[in-house]
Design a protein around this ligand. Structure first.
Ligand code: 5GP
Length: 174
C-alpha cells in the first residue's frame, strides 16, 4: 500500500489566518494576564507560529495529552502525560489545539482547568471538524473549518509521521 499526500490548506493560507488570529488575541487580551497552553504534540507548530503573531506580554506552557493510539479513531479517554509547569490560578488561559474533532479532549481539559481557578479559559484551534462533534465546544479562535477527513501536517501526525509538513493535507492510500 502506498501513501500519497494531497494538500488541503496551504502554508500561505495558514500563515495569513494565524496572523489574523494573533492580532485578534492581542486586542482581546491587552489588559489580561495571558497564558497560552499548547496541547502536545499536535499543536506545537501552530502555537509557535501563533505566539509570534501576538504583540502583547504573554506566557506559554505545555500540556501533554494522549487521546489517540496508532489508529485514527478517538478512544474517548484523555490521559495527561505531562502536566503544566506552573499554576494557572487567576490567569487568562487560551488553550491552543491543532484540531477539535469529537471535542472530547478540549471538554476534558476545560473541566480540568476549571478546578485550578483561572480567571478565564478560551480555546484557539487551527482546525475544527464539526461533523464529528460529540460534545459542543465553543472554539473562540478558529483557523479553519474542515470536512470529515483525517488530516496530517503542520504538527498533525499519522502514526507520528508527517508532523513536519508545512501545510495541512490528506493521506490517500492506494
Ligand atoms: P478530539 O478529542 O476532539 O476527538 O480529538 C482531539 C485530538 O485528536 C487532536 O488534538 C488530534 O491530536 C487528534 N485528531 C483528531 N482529528 C485528527 C485528524 O484529522 N488528524 C490527526 N492527525 N489528528 C487528529
Amino acid at each position: 500500500m502506498t501513501e500519497r499526500l494531497v494538500e488541503m490548506i496551504s502554508a500561505d493560507q495558514i500563515r495569513a489566518r494565524t496572523k489574523e488570529l494573533g492580532k485578534q488575541i492581542s486586542e482581546d487580551y491587552k489588559d489580561k494576564d495571558l497564558v497560552f497552553v499548547s496541547v502536545l504534540k499536535g499543536s506545537f507548530i501552530f502555537a509557535a507560529d501563533l505566539i509570534r503573531e501576538v504583540d502583547i506580554t504573554c506566557r506559554i506552557d505545555f500540556l501533554g495529552v494522549r487521546s489517540y493510539g496508532a489508529g485514527t479513531e478517538t478512544s474517548g479517554v484523555v490521559q495527561i502525560t505531562n502536566d503544566l509547569s506552573r499554576p494557572i490560578a487567576d490567569k487568562d488561559v487560551v488553550i491552543v489545539e491543532d484540531i477539535v474533532d469529537t471535542g472530547l479532549t478540549v471538554a476534558h481539559l476545560m473541566d480540568l482547568f476549571r478546578t485550578r481557578n483561572p480567571r478565564s479559559v478560551k480555546v484557539c484551534s487551527l482546525l475544527h471538524k464539526p461533523a464529528r462533534a460529540r460534545v459542543h465546544i465553543p472554539v473562540d479562535y478558529l483557523g479553519f473549518t474542515i470536512e470529515d477527513k483525517f488530516v496530517v501536517g503542520y504538527g498533525l501526525d499519522f502514526d507520528e509521521k508527517y508532523r513536519n509538513l508545512p501545510y495541512v493535507g490528506i493521506v490517500e492510500r492506494t
